[in-house]
Design a protein around this ligand. Structure first.
Ligand SMILES: Cc1cc2nc3c(=O)[nH]c(=O)nc-3n(C[C@H](O)[C@H](O)[C@H](O)COP(=O)(O)OP(=O)(O)OC[C@H]3O[C@@H](n4cnc5c(N)ncnc54)[C@H](O)[C@@H]3O)c2cc1C
Length: 448
């Protein structure tokens, strides 16, 4: 048994949180999107939260955890969806948000501490002409370290692909979990060892990422009478190389009825887009030919920086399901990747096959040089067995599922496998198997 009072004392003046309610709050993320994970993770909590203020304090915390063989789960903004930052076996949650300094911005490459919030990166770099290439729809609360540790892509991926595309994450400074922690710098392809690894393969203290030139983006909302017309319009926009854009989302009726503040008329499906001002005429041509109706436009930077305004991206990606969940606790979601060679016909087939249970939501993005359709459909939840059958139906049709109803890397977001380099990295960086135990299933024997 760990004596937590003595543990906190051994940390000297590094800030800690021991108040039970707050510790429990800092042990949670958005796992409750899944009725299955809600059941499994609702009562999990750390014993103590440690809040280092710089890399030296991270190293001191890690060394103490290693000496006491205490589980250590790293946390950024705590906005992950699959219990990624939930400690399964208690121990320490290490809150990284005080490591928030910008180190350098040179030639479009930003070096930044892992705990800086994504919105605060753009606020600092936009005056210098650079902004994030991509961010999750949780930009206003999530950290850059948590995005690399737990995310995959998002707003901006229609131009730059996902986080894993070469050139998006240039290097990472990572701390090993040992009595005498080592600092390891990963460059280029090596970064994949910590990318989307849920903090199981090392603690990221600093990142260098590729940035994008600032563009004046406009949030635009378009309505359609028919979902497939909206989907075809989305695909036309997504593949229009000359139109500078950051977001192309398509959401089927009746989900937009839950978008508070947008006042989407009943019966309408929508396209939500972020388009650079210079491309508005070309965008207008696409919408006119597709038969859409523009019902809202706003300056994107104004919307994300003005109190009481809501950026359009906060209705897209995983926010879409959140809006539905606010008014209807009987829904959940899936994360799908449609095979691009089957076109939108497969989307139409799935919609028809699962009519009444599935409300479609497409996110167009680039991957490996082509436009692909990710989908985060809202699903009416009945039983675990039916959810499994819906997943199987997608897989039988050649659709990849990153199943958000599992908390392990292998079964959940990793398309059923851990990247080949991640177990090797874990062996190298976490010899006592203390980092976020239980999340890399192939390591459970050792952890036990
Ligand atoms: C409404 C909503 C919308 C979302 N939209 C998107 C989206 O568009 N795209 C997307 O990819 N995700 C999305 N997500 C998931 C999540 O918000 C993002 O992945 C976000 O970037 C996570 O950042 P965070 O700081 O909150 O990380 P946390 O939730 O705190 O952590 C995520 C994972 O990373 C690990 N981690 C955190 N910091 C570090 C570190 N310094 N070193 C090593 N590991 C670390 C944690 O242990 C955990 O496993 C969404 C979630 C919600 C609830």
């Amino acid at each position: 048994m760990t004596d937590w009072t003595a543990f906190a004392a051994a940390l000297g003046d590094i800030p800690v949180i021991t108040e039970r309610a707050l510790v429990r709050q800092k042990s949670r993320d958005f796992f409750w999107y899944s009725p299955i994970l809600k059941e499994q993770l609702n009562r999990k909590s750390a014993d103590i939260v440690v809040c280092p203020r710089d890399e030296a304090e991270v190293i001191a915390t890690v060394a103490l955890c290693a000496r006491h063989r205490v589980p250590l789960t790293v946390r950024g903004g705590g906005t992950g969806n699959y219990g990624q930052a939930v400690p399964l076996n208690g121990g320490v949650v290490m809150d990284m948000m005080a490591l928030d300094r910008i180190i350098a911005l040179e030639d479009g490459a930003l070096t930044v501490e892992a705990g800086r919030k994504l919105i605060d990166i753009d606020t600092a770099t936009r005056p210098m002409g650079w902004e994030l290439r991509m961010h999750p729809s949780t930009k206003r609360t999530a950290t850059i370290g948590g995005f690399i540790g737990g995310g995959s892509g998002g707003v901006g991926s229609i131009t730059y692909g996902g986080l894993r595309e070469r050139g998006n994450v240039l290097s990472a400074r990572v701390i090993s979990c040992e009595e005498t922690p080592r600092i390891v710098t990963l460059r280029g392809d090596e970064v994949a060892a910590v990318n989307h690894a849920y903090g199981t393969t090392g603690i990221i203290t600093q990142l260098t990422i590729g940035m994008a030139p600032v563009q004046p983006f406009i949030d635009i909302l378009i309505t359609f009478d028919d979902f497939m017309d909206a989907a075809r319009c989305g695909l036309t926009l997504a593949t229009a190389e000359g139109i500078v854009k950051k977001l192309v989302t398509v959401v089927a009726d009746p989900v937009p009825q839950s978008f508070r503040g947008l006042n989407v008329p009943r019966g309408k499906s929508v396209v939500l887009a972020m388009i650079a001002r210079q491309s508005l005429t070309a965008f207008g041509d696409v919408i006119r030919i597709a038969g859409g109706t523009e019902i809202m436009a706003q300056d994107a930077v104004w919307a994300e920086t003005t109190p009481d305004a809501t950026p359009l991206y906060e209705y897209t990606w995983n926010h879409t399901t959140l809006h539905m969940l606010r008014g209807d606790k009987g829904v959940t979601y899936l994360q799908c990747l449609f095979p691009p060679d089957r076109g939108l016909d497969l989307v139409a087939k799935i919609n028809a096959d699962l009519e009444g249970e599935l409300m479609q939501h497409l996110e167009f993005q680039r991957s490996g040089g082509r436009v692909v359709y990710s989908a985060l459909p809202v699903i009416r939840y009945t039983t675990p067995e039916r959810l499994t059958a819906i997943v199987a139906h997608h897989e039988d049709n050649g659709i990849l599922i990153a199943n958000p109803h599992f908390y392990t890397l292998e079964d959940g977001a990793g398309h059923k496998r851990v990247g080949a380099d991640q177990p090797a990295m874990k062996a190298r960086m976490d010899p006592h198997a203390l980092l976020n135990p239980g999340k890399m299933r192939t390591y459970q024997a050792k952890e036990a």
